[in-house]
Write a protein of this length. Sequence first.
Length: 370
Amino acid sequence: MQSVYYELIKECPRSGARLGKLHTPHGVFDTPMFMPVGTQATVKTLSPEELYAMNSQVILSNTYHLFLRPGSELVRRAGGLHKFMNYQRGMLTDSGGYQVFSLGAMRKITEEGVTFRSHLDGSKKFLNPEIATKVQEDLGADIIMAFDECIPYPADRDYAKASTERTTRWAQRCLAAKTREDQGLFGIVQGGMYPDLRKYSADSLTSLDFAGFGIGGLSVGEPKPLMYDILGQTTEHMPKDKARYLMGVGTPDCMVEAVNLGVDMFDCVYPTRVARNGTAMMSWGRLVARNAAYAEDFSPLDPNCDCYTCRNFSRAYIRHLFKAQEILALRLLTIHNLHFLLKFAQNMRNAIREDRFPEFREQFLAQWQE
C-alpha cells in the first residue's frame, strides 16, 4: 500500500459529496479539508501551535518560492520541511508550475521544461518535471505534486490541447523521477474549459499510478457557473478511491459547491491575504474591520465564532490595531479567517456524516453574499 492514500468513508446519497480520510506518514486526516497555505515555509503571522489549536490538519508550502529561497538543499540538510518549520502534521508542496506560468513574459516553455527569471533578482532559472520532483523530495512533504502547465483563461483550443497533452507527458516523467517511497505523488488534471480535454486529461492520468489527483486550471478568471460546470464534468471521470484536490480555491461558497461535486481537498491564500488587508470572513460574506462603522462597536468580530480572536477581542479593538498599524491586527484576523474555513470544512463533514449535506449547502448559499 502507498504511504499516502485516500479512504472513502461515506458518499452522500443525494449529492456528490464524500466523507473520507487521507492517510499520510504524519497522520490520518479528515476530508473534505481546507489546507492553510504556508508559501515560504510559514503560514504568515502564525506559529505551528496556533495552527494546531484551530485543528489545522495538512498545510501547503510552495516549491517555486522555496526553490529560489532558501533552496531545497538547505531544507533537506535541516531535516526537511517538517523539522525546518517545526510543523508535525501533514504537509503538501505544489510543483511550482502555477507560479512559473504566472510569470508571463518572464518565462519560456519547451517540451523539456520552463526557463524563467526569478522575481527576486531577475536571475535565469530552469524547472522541469525531474527537477521539480527532486526539489520536492528534498523538501520532504507528505504529498508532492506533478509539474504541470496551468492553462490561462481564456485559451484557444489548440493551445489548450497542446498544453494538456504536454502536462500528461510531464506527469509520466515525474512518476519516473520519483524515488522516495514515503511521499505520495499527485497528478494534476488540466484541459482548460474544454470538457473533452478534461476527460482526456483525467483518463490519461488516472491510468497511471498516482496517489491522488489535483484539479488545476480552475478559478483562473472564468465565471463561477463555468467553473462549476467544468468541475462537475471533471470529477465524473476521476476514480472514487483517490483523493480529489481542487487547487487554489478557498472561499466557502466555492468550497461547498465543489464538495457537492465530489471534491475532497482545498487550499488558497485568500483567508490569510484578506486578513492582512483588514477583512474578516463571515458566514454571510465579508466584514471590513478597518471601517469607521466599527470604531465604537464592542461586540465580537463574529458573535457565532469560537476562535481565539472572537472570544477575546472586539471589533473596536481590532479596528484600532489596524489604524495604529499594529502587527497584532494581522495575527488576530488571520487566526479568525483560518479558524472560520477549518470549522466550515468540519461542518461540511458533519453534514455529510448525518445525511443532511444538501440542506446544509442550500441554507449556506441562501445567506451568502459576494
